[in-house]
Design a protein around this ligand. Structure first.
Ligand SMILES: [Zn+2]
Ligand SMILES: [Zn+2]
Length: 396
């Protein structure tokens, strides 16, 4: 099937790359309501870019999923339901039925292969031209046969990547893909072990502490003599929380941060970075001193990684000392959330600061000044991070 061709994977790379443009037009839509988002995207996708074409297909498909009760036996919506959704969207009936009917066609083609839409070729791409109509025209038996052809581990893997991308368009946390952070060109990825690079980078919502992976974990020099060792160096013990100022267990680790997450963008000369996103366009995304999120990774012994870019020194403010001493490293090279992508700037807009949540220290990302929607969030990794000729935005 065409969707299993290399060109289909190239199209997916291209969609992800277009989405990483700091000025992609999707960034002007911030609503978390699916219908409002669909209306916004389908009404504003005036450009003929490949990305816009994909977004139209995706939102048409989402519209049909919203309207039809696909979860419960694929029931088609009654005229009354359609009437009401159409009203919510503020559309003329013809426009609504047009998008709905195309969305239903795509959902029939994709069936249970959620994420497949990213790999269905746009007719203008490459020599493999397949007009949408030839997909839509398939009879029921042909669709069933098409789905049988797709039933393999390769297709399941590419669909998982496609679904992660589609979910991020729907407002979920942005997904980073493995090939993006290892600086491989799509051509190279296609040659090598592509499926592992296509996979989303393993995202974790909490730090990993697994002492069995680091036998004989050395006691940090700053560790107070009266404190037990070995233990998780981020564990304080008491249940207090510096975020909600509560004294009992709380859910701040999951819910103590803004609901709208920063977006992953590609910045010239710097690679991937994080863009501030406000609840609505043009606003201040984070006020000075606001908490933006917290960075996650694996807790490893101090000095475990000497040369890695993916390491953060983890300090404990509650240790009585002139300087805040490091007690471990936070390693984000193999797992971690999007905050591992924060770029350096000599005049940063944010900083890492350890805070206690439910008796455990986490590394919170805090705004140093008001950060506007659409601007890059930066931190300082120390003077000379980029060597003598610093290439950060401030020094350039
Ligand atoms: Zn709390
Ligand atoms: Zn600089």
């Amino acid at each position: 099937a065409m969707v299993q061709d290399k060109a289909a994977v190239e199209q997916f790379f291209s969609l992800v790359r277009l989405r990483r443009d700091p000025n992609d037009w999707l960034r002007y839509c911030h609503t978390r309501d699916p219908l409002q988002r669909i209306a916004h995207h389908l009404s504003n996708s005036l450009t003929q870019s490949e990305f816009a074409q994909f977004i139209i297909r995706f939102e048409q498909s989402q519209l049909a999923k919203q309207v039809d009760d696909t979860k419960h036996g694929r029931l088609r919506a009654t005229p009354a339901v359609r009437e009401s959704v159409c009203k919510t969207l503020g559309w003329k009936r013809r426009k609504f039925e047009h998008h709905l009917s195309i969305g239903r066609k795509w959902n029939r083609v994709c069936g249970e292969y959620d994420g497949l839409l990213c790999f269905i070729m746009h007719s203008k791409r490459g020599g493999l031209e397949v007009a949408p109509e030839s997909y839509w025209a398939m009879a029921d038996e042909e669709v069933a046969e098409f789905h049988r052809l797709l039933d393999d581990s390769y297709t399941r893997s590419i669909c998982a990547a496609g679904k992660a991308f589609q979910d991020s368009l729907g407002g979920a946390e942005d997904t980073e893909f493995r090939w993006e952070s290892i600086n491989l060109t799509p051509a190279k990825v296609l040659e090598e072990n592509m499926l592992s690079y296509l996979a989303p980078f393993p995202s974790i919502s909490k730090n990993i502490y697994d002492p069995t992976r680091h036998p004989n974990w050395p006691r940090p020099q700053a560790w107070p003599a009266e404190w037990p060792w070995p233990v998780d160096p981020t564990l304080e013990g008491a249940t207090g929380c510096e975020l909600c100022e509560g004294t009992t267990a709380c859910d701040c680790i999951d819910n103590g941060f803004p609901e709208v997450k920063p977006r992953i963008k590609r910045y010239e000369g710097k690679g991937l970075g994080l863009q501030a996103a406000a609840a609505s366009p043009g606003q201040i995304a984070y006020l000075k001193n606001a908490r933006i999120g917290h960075i996650t990774g694996e807790i490893v012994p101090l000095d475990k990684y000497q040369e890695s870019h993916w390491v953060l020194e983890f300090t404990r403010p509650d240790i009585d000392s002139a300087d805040t001493p490091a007690v471990c490293q936070l390693y984000c090279g193999e797992s971690g959330n999007c905050f591992r992508l924060l770029n350096h700037d000599c005049k940063p807009s944010a900083r890492f600061t350890p805070k206690k949540v439910s008796g455990r220290y986490i590394m919170v990302v805090e705004a140093l000044k008001d950060i506007h929607d659409g601007t890059e969030i930066t931190v300082s990794y120390g003077n000379g991070f980029f060597g003598e000729a610093c290439s950060c935005q401030t020094c350039k």
